[in-house]
Write a protein that binds this ligand. Structure first.
Ligand code: PLP
Length: 412
C-alpha cells in the first residue's frame, strides 16, 4: 500500500545527513562535554559547534542558545523563569488563546501561584490585534509570549510589529517587558533575526525540522533576567543543569545548517494545488487561515466566517506553506483521519498534543469556527518533499470518505 505522511507539523523524519552527523557521538566520541579530559573536550567542541550553528540561524550570539530537551521545556523555562526571577517587579504575562499547550498550561499553572495572565483573542484569520496587544501592556507586565506560526493552522503572527510595540513601550515607560515567541513551527521555514525583530526569548525544537526528537533550545538575549527551574549543575550557562545531549545537539546544529526558507519553496505551489483540489472536489469545505486581498468571504454579523464556502484564499500571505487546515461540513475529523489512515495516509485533526482529547480544536474555536464545525477539521501538514501525486491520492480517498461519512450522518 502507498504510504503518505502529511503530519509533518507533529514531527518529521530525521534527515539522513543529520543522522550521519550524529552517529559518531554515540559510540566513538562519547565523552561528557563537561569533563576536562580529551574525551570530554572532543564532545564539548561538537556541542559548541552545534550551538554556533543554531545561533547563526536566528541572528543570535553563541552564548545566547541554551539547549533543552525540546520546546516544551523551553516554554516552561521561559515563563516560569521570567516570573520567578522578576517577582519583585511585576506579575503579569500577555499571551494568546492560540498558543501551544506548553505555553497555555504553564500559564494556567502560574495563575494558581498568583500570576495574572491576559489571553489575547484572534480574528477569523487567526491573527492577533496589535492595538489590543498595546492596550494590554501595563506597569506590572513582565513578559509577552506570542506564537510565531501556529501549529494547527500555520498562521504567522506579525512578529516584527509586536517587537516594535514592546520596544516602544519599554522606551516610553522605562520598563523591561520581555518578548518571547514560540518559533517551533517557523524555524528554518521563515527568516528569523532576533535582533531585527526585537525578540528577547525564543523556543525552538529540532524534530519539527528534520532533526532528532528530544532536543530543543531557548534563545535568551544577553542580560535577560531569568531563573533556572531545575537544579543540579551549572551546565548551559547555568540556566539548564544536566549532562549535555551532544549527539542530539549535533543533529540540531546540522539541521539548522541544512534547511532554510528556500528548502520549502516548492511547497508554495503544492499548497495552492491542494487548496484548488479541495475547492473543486470536496463540497462544503473551507480553509482555516488568513486571506489574500481578494477572494475573502465576508464575515457574518456574529463575527464568524460563513461556513458553506471556501472561507478564505490563503494562497499567499501570513501562513506557512506547509500547513493547510480545512473544515469539511458533515464529516467528523477523527473518523476522516482514521479512514484515511486505512488508505495509508497520515493526517491529523490538530495538534498531536491534543489528539487524544475529543474536544474540538480551541485554536479553531478562537478563530470563530463553531464547535460542531471545528469537529470536522483536518490538518494536512506537508514536508519539504511532498508531491502533487500524493495530493491527488489524498483527495481521491478523501472524496470517497467524506461521501461515506455524510451518508451516515443523521444531521444532513
Ligand atoms: N510549541 C509548538 C508550537 C509546537 O508545535 C510544539 C510541538 O508540538 C511544541 C511547542 C512542543 O515541542 P517539543 O515536542 O519539542 O516539546
Amino acid at each position: 500500500m502507498k504510504r503518505i505522511y502529511f503530519d509533518n507539523a507533529a514531527t518529521t523524519q530525521v534527515d539522513r545527513r543529520v543522522f550521519s552527523a550524529m552517529k559518531p557521538y554515540f559510540c566513538d566520541i562519547y565523552g561528557n562535554a563537561s569533563s576536562l579530559h580529551s574525551f570530554g573536550l572532543a564532545s564539548k567542541k561538537a556541542l559548541e559547534d552545534a550551538r554556533e550553528k543554531v545561533a547563526t540561524k536566528i541572528g543570535a550570539k553563541h552564548n545566547e542558545i541554551i539547549f533543552t530537551s525540546g520546546a516544551t521545556e523551553a516554554d516552561n523555562l521561559v515563563l516560569r523563569g521570567v516570573v520567578y526571577k522578576n517577582a519583585g517587579t511585576g506579575n503579569h504575562i500577555v499571551t494568546t488563546e492560540i498558543e501551544h499547550p506548553a505555553i497555555l498550561e504553564t500559564c494556567r499553572f502560574l495563575e494558581t501561584q498568583g500570576t495574572r495572565v491576559t489571553y489575547l483573542g484572534v480574528d477569523k484569520n487567526g491573527l492577533i490585534s496589535l492595538d489590543e496587544l498595546e492596550k494590554s501592556l501595563g506597569p506590572k507586565t513582565l513578559l509577552v509570549s506570542i506564537i510565531f506560526a501556529n501549529n494547527e493552522t500555520g498562521v504567522i503572527q506579525p512578529i516584527k510589529g509586536i517587537g516594535r510595540i514592546i520596544k516602544k513601550y519599554n522606551k516610553k515607560n522605562s520598563t523591561k517587558i520581555y518578548f518571547h515567541t514560540d518559533a517551533v513551527q517557523a524555524f528554518t521555514k521563515i527568516d528569523i533575526d532576533v535582533e531585527k525583530m526585537n525578540i528577547d526569548l525564543m523556543s525552538l525544537s529540532a524534530h519539527k525540522v528534520y532533526g532528532p526528537k528530544g532536543i530543543g533550545a531557548l534563545y535568551v538575549k544577553n542580560g535577560t533576567q531569568i531563573e533556572k527551574i531545575t537544579h543540579g549543575g551549572h551546565h548551559e550557562y547555568n540556566f539548564r543543569p544536566g549532562t549535555e545531549n551532544t549527539a542530539s545537539a549535533v543533529g540540531f546544529g546540522k539541521t539548522s545548517e541544512l534547511f532554510e526558507p528556500a528548502s520549502y519553496k516548492k511547497l508554495e505551489n503544492i499548497r495552492k494545488y491542494l487548496i484548488k483540489k479541495l475547492k473543486k472536489d470536496i463540497s462544503d469545505c473551507y480553509i482555516n487561515g488568513p486571506s489574500t486581498s481578494s477572494g475573502q468571504a465576508p464575515s457574518t454579523s456574529s463575527g464568524q466566517a460563513p461556513s458553506t464556502s471556501l472561507r478564505t484564499s490563503p494562497e499567499t500571505g501570513n501562513v506557512l506553506n506547509s500547513i493547510v487546515n480545512v473544515t469539511i461540513k458533515g464529516a467528523e475529523g477523527e473518523s476522516m483521519m482514521l479512514l484515511l489512515d486505512k488508505e495509508g495516509i497520515s493526517v491529523s485533526t490538530g495538534s498531536a498534543c491534543a489528539s487524544s482529547s475529543l474536544e474540538p480544536s480551541y485554536v479553531l474555536q478562537a478563530m470563530g469556527v463553531p464547535k460542531e464545525e471545528a469537529h470536522g477539521s483536518l490538518r494536512i501538514s506537508m514536508g519539504k518533499d511532498s508531491k502533487k501525486d500524493e495530493i491527488d491520492y489524498f483527495i481521491y480517498h478523501l472524496k470517497i470518505i467524506v461521501a461515506k461519512l455524510r451518508k451516515l450522518n443523521p444531521l444532513i
